[in-house]
Design a protein around this ligand. Sequence first.
Ligand code: ADP
Ligand code: MG
Length: 249
Amino acid sequence: MTEPNTARPMVRMAAVDKFFGPLHVLKEITLDVPQGQVVVVLGPSGSGKSTLCRAINRLEPIDSGLIEVDGRPLPAEGKELARLRAEVGMVFQSFNLFAHKTILENVTLAPIRVRKQPAAEARTTALELLERVGITSQADKYPAQLSGGQQQRAAIARALAMRPKVMLFDEPTSALDPEMVQEVLDVMTGLAAEGMTMLVVTHEMGFARKAAHRVIFMSDGEVVEDSTPEEFFTAPKSGRAKDFLGKIL
Ligand code: ADP
Ligand code: MG
């Protein structure tokens, strides 16, 4: 496991509050993620895990508090926001590939449009990334022609093409058939080993134990526990975490 650089917080959240109408979904969240740290976010459905991820690349605006990525506050809009989104890669449960573009085009699109990379250079990088996630032979196919596991690996390659400083994964394997879960986790484990800063919402406890430096347990919009995987799985402190583990393990 690579060691995080604790002198450089890549994501910083301070007293972040978020409401959906009367519903208080993020309650005073304060959280620093150092460069190179892999954080697994656990918690029951509805506890605010997705909202937390979405707030970090401003897919959801927050109501109060501060979020910084690599030392810079989240911009509200415009070019600055586009640049931030490029720095924060996101992979969702549903693969979200562009259905009418090939896998290669899916990966080159944003680097060409947003990063203004020359097409040939974007293509070379894309092919390297497809190789890294093990789907080079699928480059000219359309998303619907790939298995779910291959599509999710393509989605990871697409996010990496923007050279993100941090990767957010929101239940990346939850929609996959069981036999395809491991191939996606393997790609994520590889990224973690290379020192990528990652925030991963997942129910894959094997991944949490093996790849995470840190486990955060959320319940009702709060961070209830923040510990090492070993502490969390062997000696959870709160009743809520014990209940949760009792249901999933
Ligand atoms: P999790 O990912 O942990 O399941 P979410 O972050 O998706 O939780 O949701 C947290 C709470 O916010 C839930 O009660 C959910 O119903 C609510 N919620 C999420 N998105 C919206 C939205 N766009 N509008 C209103 N309520 C929402
Ligand atoms: Mg969710």
